[in-house]
Design a protein around this ligand. Sequence first.
Ligand SMILES: CC(C)(COP(=O)(O)OP(=O)(O)OC[C@H]1O[C@@H](n2cnc3c(N)ncnc32)[C@H](O)[C@@H]1OP(=O)(O)O)[C@@H](O)C(=O)NCCC(=O)NCCS
Length: 383
Amino acid sequence: MAEGEQKKGLEGIVIADTRLSKVFGDVGKLIYSGYEIRDLANNASFEEVVFLLWYGALPTQTQLTRFRETLISEMTLPAPVLTAMKSYPSNAHPMAVLRTAVSGLGLYDAAAEDNSQDANFRKAMHLTAKIPTIIAAWARIRNGKEPVAPREDLGLAANFLYMLRGHDPEQVEVDAVNVYLVLLADHGMNASTFTSRVVTSTDGDMYSAVTAAIGSLKGPKHGGANEAAMRMFREVSKAGSVEEWFKREVKEHGRRIMGIGHRVYKAPDPRAEILKEHAHALCAQKEKCGLLDVADQLAELASQDAYFIERKLFPNVDYYSAIVLDAIGIETDMMTPLFAMSRIAGWTAHIIEQWADNRLIRPRGNYVGPTDVKWVPLEERVD
Ligand SMILES: CC(C)(COP(=O)(O)OP(=O)(O)OC[C@H]1O[C@@H](n2cnc3c(N)ncnc32)[C@H](O)[C@@H]1OP(=O)(O)O)[C@@H](O)C(=O)NCCC(=O)NCCS
């Protein structure tokens, strides 16, 4: 490229200082505010992680109790947002619904345009609390069921499953959703986080930034990969032999295995390893796990293949999260919304961080079109 020698896709470009999380791609390590992801996955509730990302330190018991109470009390949706959702087409993709409903939330927040730090923390709380309610409500509305209101006595993960089903979830399922939410809460300058920071950098409001981030997450090269991986596992399973499918679809037709590969990790993604362990533990207890074997076999074939070895391609977070979410009965097209339900913690933390030291993010393109072209009047142009 003429203007600088950057690689395509802003690879390797640092766009901001952040104290939120760091991906050590060469060694497969991830930290949030200094804490190793495995430590957090083993010990933290999602609410603690949200607090950590927003305030830079783990909460004390008193702080956590107050924080959780506020968060849960914010989960109810404004009535007009629910009414609007009931008018959406029932075949709309849940990520499109989430994007639209989150944008709609901004219409009913009197402080939507207030970009002060206090207002941004309040909006971060609204969004983190209301996204699970939107997702659960849509899962019911599209199936002709009434949404279920959140309960004050349940944490965020349990409340989500309760609102989804209308009855108390099993503890093992709550734990699985909690671990999933902890693992995906933040991840360096990923595409949707970058999107949220770009919108913020124009002095744009938090609802606009999060709506844009949801649009960015939806694509299958980013958050949409969990849904795509699940569909691929089903396809492989139907094909009969995993080995033959790999040989034909990947080696001969050059198809990508969804849920494998990463821009930053050139070593195993630690989140994938933790989720693989959870997938195996869950599947030992649940019956609905036929595709774990398929996922394991496919990953094994890739791990022994020279193409994948040379390019350092390993399962990423979306590979085994698809199996975990499927095992607890999350519908396949609801998987990426669950990613958003977690990543809202990181998006809002990054938006607040961007506001603290903001400058317009405005890169340049390398123009490769023609120059000095002479204007041709319409009547002189030939078909
Ligand atoms: C995540 C992803 C988009 C990263 O993209 P990237 O950093 O731009 O990497 P590239 O697309 O340039 O891929 C680098 C090489 O690995 C190959 N590759 C990357 N992911 C692959 C996959 N899942 N299956 C097969 N080959 C893959 C590419 O074909 C390319 O090969 P080449 O150098 O011979 O052209 C990419 O790995 C991918 O599409 N993975 C599947 C989707 C996915 O799981 N996304 C979720 C990410 S958390």
